[in-house]
Design a protein around this ligand. Structure first.
Ligand SMILES: [Zn+2]
Ligand SMILES: [Zn+2]
Length: 91
C-alpha cells in the first residue's frame, strides 16, 4: 500500500520546461542504443554508461538526472495520519 502511494507522489518532469516524459519516450546513447533513461536512472543498458545529465526532448536543455524527479509530499501528511490513528483507538 505504501509503495503505491509513493509512486503517486513521485513525478518525473523537465526542471526547465515541465515536460513529463512517459514510458514511450526514448533517449539515445553515444553507442546508438535508444531506451527510456528514467527506467534505469540514467544508465545505458547496452554500454553501461551513466548519464548524469538528461536532455529534454522538448526544450533541448540538459539538466542533472536527479532534478527530473520530484516528490510531492504533503507537509501535514504525517500529522493527519497520527490524528486518524488516535481517533481510531478511542473508538
Ligand atoms: Zn524541457
Ligand atoms: Zn550506451
Amino acid at each position: 500500500m505504501r509503495d503505491n502511494r509513493k509512486k503517486d507522489e513521485l513525478e518525473i518532469c523537465c526542471p526547465t520546461c515541465g515536460f513529463k516524459p512517459d514510458s514511450h519516450d526514448r533517449w539515445m546513447c553515444v553507442c546508438m542504443h535508444a531506451w527510456n533513461t528514467f527506467e534505469t536512472m540514467g544508465r545505458c543498458p547496452n554500454c553501461r554508461r551513466l548519464w548524469k545529465e538528461t536532455q529534454c526532448p522538448v526544450c533541448h536543455k540538459w539538466s542533472p538526472h536527479h532534478k527530473w524527479y520530484r516528490y510531492n509530499l504533503p507537509e501535514s501528511d504525517e500529522e493527519e495520519e497520527k490524528e486518524d490513528l488516535y481517533e481510531y483507538e478511542i473508538a
